[in-house]
Design a protein around this ligand. Structure first.
Ligand code: GLY
Ligand code: MN
Length: 470
């Protein structure tokens, strides 16, 4: 791709410079690469996908770079479905499952190969390797992924030429490939649903990734508590950047925009501006997750008294949310309905709100009418994995209306949020927001709280903060 700026300092290279640039490069082919650790797991996931769509070609692009402005790009993150089925993270690629005449599929992967050095593009193109970093050769990618690899620059032509095979594509990631295959939107949506559903139960390798994501996240929260006085001296941004440092040092990134919400910002579900003051006496709601190098993310929330001790009214709200979370976590077990943990937590919140006189009782009726939602607008959790809200395209009958199974990982995150301008609650509640969120693995006989390394009970939170303050 040529430069999107008109005002570069250099004009066209001289023939002498072009010739100079093209020669004198060492052979850097990596011939001893071992397959990625996740390659055999990805092969099993492809086999599961193959069984769902006999006789059809499936195209799952990795996605393209997105321009932020001119020749500057947003950081690239490959499409989740592609990562799940290949383990690969490169841009401009596509996995293809090609149906075999006798049944099953042959898988191959389109990849953007290394830049050839026989034209100026390898050093003048704004997404060329000399600007963006080395890519893998097709042979290297084959060794890493355990998949046959082909040059993606031929993909549109090759796929268009073979249009007689019924084809589905994962939409929204590569407009050029979408145009080449010209598929049916509804049938493509079924592919997207299936890809989400294939991720509902995590394999052992994925669970290891999620454990690593959570462990880094626990360290990130600890960093933030250690540096709370610096946040008080500056702003919520100190918390955000402290967590981000841990995420970038130990993983790929944060898995979503960190929510570093002090004071009344804690009542805003997705407060990511993080530009407010951090005041002693108020609460800090920190909702953040490290994304591993393999792109699996944690999603954890703790609500912390900035001065180190809850006020009586903060503790009253905190304890209600803690008890709701306990009820929710207890409902996570194989065979239980997915909605059970949500219902258990929300019933508890409704009871407390009725008890406090904030909504009209009896509690059962308040829950049935959803009245607690005035103070708790979100659901109580979601699946977690490569995406923070993982499996989001799965059909209801496989997700929210289905039983839990061992290997599922989900968040349980009840909260109460009293807006600063809510005249229906006593003044001392206004501006208080509390959420407690943990990442829960469904096991054969119950569940495991992956984020148990962070304290949850009010007393334990205070003791932990005291310890870290030294
Ligand atoms: N932690 C952000 C969310 O679950 O929406
Ligand atoms: Mn969450």
């Amino acid at each position: 791709m040529s430069k999107r700026r008109k005002n570069g300092l250099y004009g066209e290279p001289s023939p002498e410079l072009s010739a100079l640039m093209r020669s004198g490069w060492a052979d850097t082919e990596q011939r001893d690469l071992k397959p990625l650790e996740q390659a055999p797991y990805a092969a099993r996931r492809r086999a599961a996908l193959s069984a769902r769509f006999p006789g059809e070609r499936l195209v799952i692009p990795s996605g393209n770079l997105k321009i932020r402005s001119n020749d500057a790009h947003y950081p690239f993150r490959p499409c989740t479905g592609y990562v799940h089925l290949t383990g690969d993270q490169s841009r401009d690629g596509a996995l293809v499952l090609e149906p075999r005449p006798g049944g099953g599929h042959d898988a191959y992967c389109y990849q953007l190969p290394r830049d050839a050095r026989d034209s100026d593009e390898f050093w003048t193109g704004d997404t060329a390797e000399l600007w963006m970093g080395r890519r893998h050769s097709l042979a290297e990618a084959e060794r890493l992924l355990g998949l046959r690899c082909r040059d993606v620059r031929a993909a549109a032509t090759e796929l268009a030429a073979a249009a007689t095979v019924p084809t589905r594509i994962l939409r929204g990631h590569d407009p050029v490939l979408e145009a080449a295959v010209d598929t049916d939107e509804e049938r493509d949506a079924e592919l997207e649903e299936t890809l989400s559903e294939l991720r509902l139960v995590k394999d052992e390798w994925e669970i290891r990734q999620l454990r690593a994501a959570v462990d880094s996240t626990v360290r990130g929260f600890t960093d933030c508590v250690r540096e709370l006085s610096r946040a008080v001296a500056t702003s919520e941004r100190w918390v955000e950047t402290t967590f981000f440092r841990r995420a970038r040092l130990e993983g790929n990134d944060v898995g979503y925009g960190s929510i570093c919400a002090a004071g009344e910002h804690a009542t805003i579900m997705h407060w990511t501006r993080n530009d407010g003051p951090v005041r002693p006496g108020e609460l800090l709601l920190l909702d953040a997750g490290v994304e591993t190098h393999t792109l699996y993310t944690a999603d954890v929330t703790r609500t912390l008294p900035i001065s180190g001790a809850f006020t009586p009214v903060q503790r009253k709200v905190y304890d209600a949310v803690y008890e709701a979370q306990e009820a929710g976590i207890a409902a996570v077990k194989p065979g239980a309905h997915y909605r059970d943990f949500h219902e258990a937590a929300q019933r508890h919140l409704a009871e407390r709100l009725v008890e406090w006189g904030f909504v009209e009782g009896p509690a059962g009726r308040a829950y049935e009418l959803g009245l607690q939602r005035r103070f708790s607008i979100a659901g109580t959790g979601h699946m977690l994995g490569l995406d923070v809200h993982d499996c989001a395209q799965a059909r209801n009958d496989t997700y929210v209306d289905a039983p839990l199974e061992p290997g599922m990982v989900l968040t349980v995150e009840p909260g109460l949020y009293f807006q600063a301008d809510d005249l229906t609650v006593p003044e001392e509640f206004r501006g208080i927001g509390v959420r407690i969120e943990d990442d829960i693995l469904v096991t054969a006989d119950g569940n495991e709280n992956l984020s148990a390394g962070l304290p949850r009970r009010a007393d334990d939170v205070e003791a932990w903060m005291r310890d870290l303050a030294g």
